[in-house]
Write a protein that binds this ligand. Sequence first.
Ligand code: SAM
Ligand code: SF4
Ligand code: SF4
Length: 353
Amino acid sequence: MTSTTGHRPPDDARAGDRFGRPLRSLRLSVTDRCNLRCSYCMPEEEYVWLPREDVLHFEELVRLTAIATRLGVTRVRITGGEPLMRRELEVLVARLARDVPLADLSLTTNGVVLARHAEALRRAGLKRITVSLDSLRPETFRATSGRDALANVLAGIDAARAAGFRGIKLNTVVLRGRNDGELEALVDYAATIDGEVRFIEYMDVGGATRWQTDQVVSRAEILARFRARFGAVEPIVDDTWAPADRFKLPDGRVFGVISSTTEPFCATCDRARITADGVFFTCLYARHGLQLRDAMRNGASDDELAGLLGRVWSGRQDRGAEERLALRASRGALAAQDELRTNPHLEMHTRGG
Ligand code: SAM
Ligand code: SF4
Ligand code: SF4
């Protein structure tokens, strides 16, 4: 394969995309399979799965990650689908930790089978874990995720702490009328595990085929509710490139809000995604990605692959969530069910959250 990207593509990408945003963070999806069916992500009865032969081997995932570091990536988050559904994930973690120079290597999981993997993940070199947890009430958990698995998730969090993981983050997608009465309980639970909850606004991404504006509990509303109950809610000023804005209650309790739907942060977005079958996406909402698998399997060199990635990143103009916000009243689900059937790459569970 010949390079079409000129002499110094990785350096070009380091200069940033068309809006000057550098590439620093990579979400690496290792599978599109999942053992839950969250109502905001996988609400349908049936799904079209990626063909197994298309799914990248560990060597390929490590290679692409290493190439991404040449463009500036320093933080990698392993995701899915449910990443712990990928067999021997610990082996992948160990190889990434050993072979790729990274400042941070983390995992986002639904926690259902975390208890039996936590120790091995820690030994393999995983630095941080985020667990998605939408409710502390078994009935609400089941209604939201399709499975009666709250106890498994809580056991997974305990096992992760016993294995030595600290500062565990909890991701909670806030759904009106479902779990929005549990915000304070989740802040309290996070404190008991020395962790921190981040409330995520319900997003109209691919997969969220039942999305409706009135189900979104906005950052403004979340903060107003805490203010009404506790008085002041102080913003915590820290790393402005992180998606969550953090806040402190008068008694010192802390929580985060990820306001992708009503106050998007595309202007500072330094994230790219690689799907389990090797498609590089520069935005969660992007309709098209760069197919790296075929290039790689057809013998492209590291330099050629870095050139491809560099060219795509330096031409990047994505600001998907801002464009969705501009639709205002006409906003609905991003993709219809039949479109998702013909293009599973649009699914959140394929490209990783
Ligand atoms: N299965 C793992 C999990 O749930 O943690 C990892 C993949 S999941 C796609 C990553 C994150 O995306 C989860 O925290 C999930 O809550 C979030 N997510 C999925 N669909 C969403 C939506 N429609 N709006 C906001 N967040 C969403
Ligand atoms: Fe839920 Fe994550 Fe599975 Fe989506 S991929 S259904 S958010 S557990
Ligand atoms: Fe980044 Fe796209 Fe999300 Fe905006 S919508 S923050 S550009 S991934």
